[in-house]
Design a protein around this ligand. Structure first.
Ligand code: NCD
Ligand code: ZN
Length: 373
């Protein structure tokens, strides 16, 4: 009964994965619990005002720090706005929380080198490049990337990181090719022209991006989201459109998903956690013209853990969630620990956030196999 034998072997490996030393045959402990350095989220959208209570608490539950995206309306375009936004986020933290928001600057066509210097003086670590029209709230973004080179030069000198939404917006370019074309048209030249500039290619979705980042200098890194690790475009489109899986850059074919999954467990320090958690109200997602973005913060760490577990790579989880990002940003690693236990639970279908308005969290109604203690 070869089939039965294979399943038994599978079961044994499953039960004792990662803790079973084949050479000595010593079984230490079943991998039902994992303790790691408290993680950080290097890409999150908190929005503003009445939504902050929800978004900040959801992130503070698991993360020590979050890089907070500046695509508010109006966008956070200077240090003064960024510091005011930071204060609103700090005021929305749950009681006793020491969560640290790391606010960022939104680059526009009229951003000046003085804006950068001023932001740096105020302790702002990074600025975000949105090609105009690429995604949610990006209409104030950049039209001509080369015109930004003087700004990039000052960023490099001042050791400010450049965070990039890497998609072209040219109507001629197919939505599934927009990341690849951005790399070829713009990113290759940016990293060549500014070798000292630290660049994070945000929420990568393709093998092309993985290969580009791997092949670049140590000053180039990437964040990866739970949805792009867990899903591909079939999940979005086969058997009906799933608006809650619609985000930008859009989910790609399964070969790309596979490349992303391989990248995060490769141990390369160039890849780190960035949820791109991006809440939109349910009615705005379930609409004839639905918004792009998945609200993953309520279970982000658990979902990443699930992915690493599926890939038998829980030993690579901590680097990705808690070390690589801090090291790349030049910040100290967190000293606190968090523990996850193997325990199934179901993500709620809806979260009531503002009055009676609701958000459907990412992976709503589905099982998660790990829970944060
Ligand atoms: C983000 C949002 O809603 O702000 N949406 C998304 O689909 N990821 C913006 C972004 O990061 O592209
Ligand atoms: Zn984002």
């Amino acid at each position: 009964m070869p089939h039965l034998i294979r399943s038994c072997e599978g079961l044994i490996t499953y039960l004792f994965q990662g803790i079973y030393d084949i050479q000595s045959s010593v079984v230490i402990l079943p991998m039902n619990e994992i303790t790691i350095t408290r993680p950080d989220d290097w890409h999150a959208h908190f929005r503003d005002n009445e939504l902050l209570k929800e978004t900040v608490s959801a992130s503070a539950r698991q993360f020590s720090r979050s890089i907070v995206m500046p695509n508010l309306t109006p966008p956070v375009v200077n240090a003064k706005m960024a510091k005011a936004y930071e204060a609103r986020i700090l005021a929305a933290r749950p009681e006793g929380s020491d969560f640290t928001p790391l606010v960022t600057l939104y680059l526009t066509n009229v951003t000046t080198t003085d804006d950068i210097k001023d932001a740096k003086e105020q302790g702002i670590l990074a600025a975000k490049l949105y090609p105009a029209g690429a995604t949610t709230n990006s209409s104030s973004g950049v039209n001509d990337i080369e015109k930004m080179y003087p700004v990039f030069e000052v960023m490099a000198k001042n050791k400010m990181l450049l965070l990039i939404h890497g998609e072209v917006t040219d109507g001629e370019i197919d939505i599934f090719d927009r990341e690849k074309v951005f790399i070829e048209r713009y990113l290759e030249d940016i990293v060549k022209s500014f070798p000292d500039l630290k660049v994070v290619l945000e929420h990568i979705t393709t093998k092309d991006a993985v290969d580009f980042v791997k092949g670049s200098s140590p000053n180039v890194a990437a964040t990866l989201t739970p949805q792009h690790l867990m899903l591909n475009r079939n999940d979005l489109l086969v058997g009906g459109v799933k608006p809650h899986y619609y985000c930008l850059p859009i989910l790609k074919r399964n070969t790309h998903q596979k490349a992303l999954r391989e990248a995060v467990i490769s141990g390369s320090t160039k890849f780190f956690l960035g949820t791109d958690s991006a809440p939109h109200m349910k009615d705005q997602k379930e609409s004839a013209c639905g918004c792009a973005g998945c609200y993953s913060a309520p279970a982000a760490l658990e979902l990443y853990t699930q992915v690493f577990d599926e890939l038998n790579a829980l030993d690579k989880l901590e680097g990705f969630t808690s070390h690589h990002g801090a090291d790349f940003y030049g910040l100290p690693r967190n000293t606190q620990k968090v523990t996850l236990v193997r325990e199934a639970w179901t993500i709620p279908n809806e979260l009531e956030v503002v009055g009676s308005r609701v958000i459907v969290p990412f992976w709503a109604g589905n099982k998660v196999t790990w829970r944060l203690k």
